[in-house]
Design a protein around this ligand. Structure first.
Ligand SMILES: NC(=O)c1ccc[n+]([C@@H]2O[C@H](COP(=O)([O-])OP(=O)(O)OC[C@H]3O[C@@H](n4cnc5c(N)ncnc54)[C@H](O)[C@@H]3O)[C@@H](O)[C@H]2O)c1
Length: 308
């Protein structure tokens, strides 16, 4: 099949591109390289350096390539930036996604697989782990913009028959995650510890997250090509891990001996998050495989070997 992957120079989607190519699909990548890196690009995929907010350029790529499936990962994914610049966030994540959906409709794409977030749309949890029926109460513009696109996908399936699967990721970690950004605590701590710098924990270290390895996320994107029609699935482990536990595990595998620095919690961050992925098990036959300590070791190995 021909699959167009937006954000394919980024952390998660570059791994998805690699897997789709391994499986024998033809892959086209759209990315503006704002946070993605050229070194992540698989040379076997055709690459268009295009911004999803440029409707005409997106339409041209779709007209030229005529993809059958779209895997949509391009987004501004910095929660803090969304708090500071909500209009930029909405422009990229909502308007950009509408450009992608509009072009997909124009050329008769069969299905869109959409990377949503389970970490940022449920807000503080009423119960844990949260399933897909949990109330949606985003606490950041990012959570709002990512969730909004889910409604458009539902609408265009209803109106135009464009199929979709929404994957709501927990906190994804693994090789190629940007260690210089605001998000991605495993990569950030790993990079700093390897350089002998003291990492900062925002809050008191007791905040918890659900950490899912990028290889497991890739598998969900593989399965969603054939399954999960019209469905929304959490992609998560249901295990709540504290920031302090992450700090301690990264310190152990990187050989860091120092203590953490502590700073006040930041706006936009929820205190606790863990997500139930039973639905993905039932509909996609997906389950997380990677143990956290092993996934962290693989991530630290990557940081040690790469120059990023
Ligand atoms: N990392 C996580 O824990 C996580 C959790 C939930 C959801 N997600 C979603 O997964 C997707 C990928 O995230 P990631 O962690 O790989 O981040 P990333 O920043 O590495 O990937 C995003 C990619 O999109 C590209 N991009 C950004 N704005 C663009 C634009 N206007 N036009 C074209 N390309 C653009 C970037 O250059 C980058 O390559 C995002 O949609 C994000 O919301 C990530």
């Amino acid at each position: 099949m021909k699959i167009l992957v937006t954000g394919g120079a980024g952390f998660i989607a570059s791994h998805i591109v690699d897997r789709y190519l391994q499986l024998g699909h033809q892959v086209v990548v759209i990315d503006n390289l704002s946070t993605g890196r050229r070194t992540n690009l698989n040379p076997a995929a055709r690459f268009y350096e295009v911004d999803i907010t440029d409707a005409d350029a997106i339409a041209e790529v779709f007209a030229a390539e005529q993809p059958e499936i779209v895997n949509h990962h391009a987004a501004q994914m910095d929660v803090r930036r969304s708090v500071d610049e909500p209009i930029f966030d909405a422009h990229t994540n909502v308007i950009g996604s509408l450009n992608v959906i509009g072009s997909a409709l124009q050329v008769g794409v069969e299905k869109i697989i959409y990377a949503s977030t389970g970490g940022a749309i449920y807000g503080e949890l009423d119960y844990s782990p949260a399933d897909e029926e949990h109330p949606i109460r985003p606490l950041s513009p990012y959570g709002i913009s990512k969730h909004t696109v889910e409604h458009y996908l539902y609408l265009y399936q209803y109106l135009e028959g464009l199929d979709f699967t929404v994957l709501r990721y927990a906190n994804v970690y693994g090789p190629r995650q940007n260690p210089h950004g605001e998000a991605g605590v495993v990569a950030i701590f790993g990079k700093q510890m390897l350089a002998g710098q003291q990492p900062t924990i925002f809050g008191d270290g007791t905040d918890t997250r659900d950490y899912v390895f990028v290889g497991d996320v890739v598998k969900a994107n593989q399965l969603a090509v054939e399954a999960g029609s019209g469905q929304i699935c959490n992609i998560s482990t249901a295990v709540a891990t504290s920031v302090q536990e992450i700090f301690d595990t990264v310190a152990e595998v990187s050989g860091y001996q120092g203590k953490a620095g502590y700073a006040p919690a930041r706006p936009g961050d929820v205190r606790h998050n863990a997500l139930d992925s039973t639905k993905a098990q039932q509909l996609l036959d997906w389950a997380p495989q990677m143990p956290l300590s092993e996934g962290i070791a693989l991530t630290v190995d990557y940081l040690r070997e790469s120059k990023i």
